[in-house]
Write a protein that binds this ligand. Structure first.
Ligand code: PGA
Length: 249
């Protein structure tokens, strides 16, 4: 079964209400590329306003807590995201794993909470530079996948994002062959858990310095079903060509 391309913007801690016009322009332009699924994950504060500005758009969170509610100052539960109309959430981004000490077990619990709340999940994995240089990237990432996957999951609501840490925000990208090899290995690992039929339907996104120039090549690599884009997702002028690249494949 052909997998629809999925191009997702992660705004990280960027965006005031003045940026909502960019989101509107992005979702408007995306309508010209109906073969591509497009989503934006702005800061929590902009999820509601973005949905008001672009009704029906796929808007999501960048993180959620694993508990349903409780004494977790500053945190947002998956059900709260769903309650305001978000349809997806990113979990396990390396900036959460590294900056906030999130373990594979934490990421797994968050993914399970998000699925239970009815959200789709983009579960991020990726190796640091020294692991890539030592030749251990595939083993490292497959261990993250094994440790972070929910105990049970609906394959239609779970995507994986492979984001080498050294490629995020740096302008560096792995070779297309390395990306294809990693994605193929991730899909085989998903097959061990979900069965190869279901794994064949799951989307595996590449993330890390995706831009208008390299998008077509990266999105065209074997087993690459889309992109998770940081810096280049903040404006329509940079993000729309990435969506168009996905549509051209
Ligand atoms: P980047 O970020 O596109 O700015 O490298 C990607 C990400 O962290 O998801």
């Amino acid at each position: 079964m052909a997998r629809r391309k999925y191009v997702v913007g992660n705004w990280k801690m960027n965006g005031l209400t003045a940026a909502l016009g960019e989101a509107q322009a992005i979702f408007d332009a995306a309508k010209a590329h109906p073969a591509v699924d497009v989503a934006l994950c702005p800061p929590f504060t902009l999820i509601g306003p973005m949905l008001a500005a672009a009704p029906g758009a796929a808007v999501g969170g960048q993180d959620c807590h694993s508990a349903v509610s409780g004494a977790y100052t500053g945190s947002v539960a998956a059900a709260m995201l769903a309650d305001i109309g978000a349809t997806l959430v990113i979990v396990g981004h390396s900036e959460r794993r590294e900056g906030f000490g999130e373990s594979d077990a934490d990421v797994k619990a968050k993914a399970e909470a998000a699925l239970a709340a009815g959200l789709s999940v983009i579960l991020c994995v990726g190796e640091p530079r020294e692991v890539r240089e030592s030749g251990g990237a595939i083993d490292y990432v497959l261990a993250q996948v094994a440790g972070s996957l929910p105990a049970d999951f609906d394959a239609s609501r779970l995507a994986i994002a492979y984001e080498p840490i050294w490629a995020i925000g740096t302008g560096l990208v792995p070779t297309v062959d390395d990306v294809a090899a990693m994605h193929g290995a991730i899909r085989a690992k998903l097959g061990e858990r979900a069965g190869s039929g279901a794994a064949g339907t799951m989307r595996i996104l590449y993330g890390g310095s995706v831009n208008a120039e390299n998008a077509a090549e990266l999105l065209g690599a074997g087993d690459v079903d889309g992109a998770l884009v940081g810096g280049a997702s903040l404006t329509a002028v940079k993000f729309v060509p990435i969506i168009a690249a996905g549509a051209g494949l």
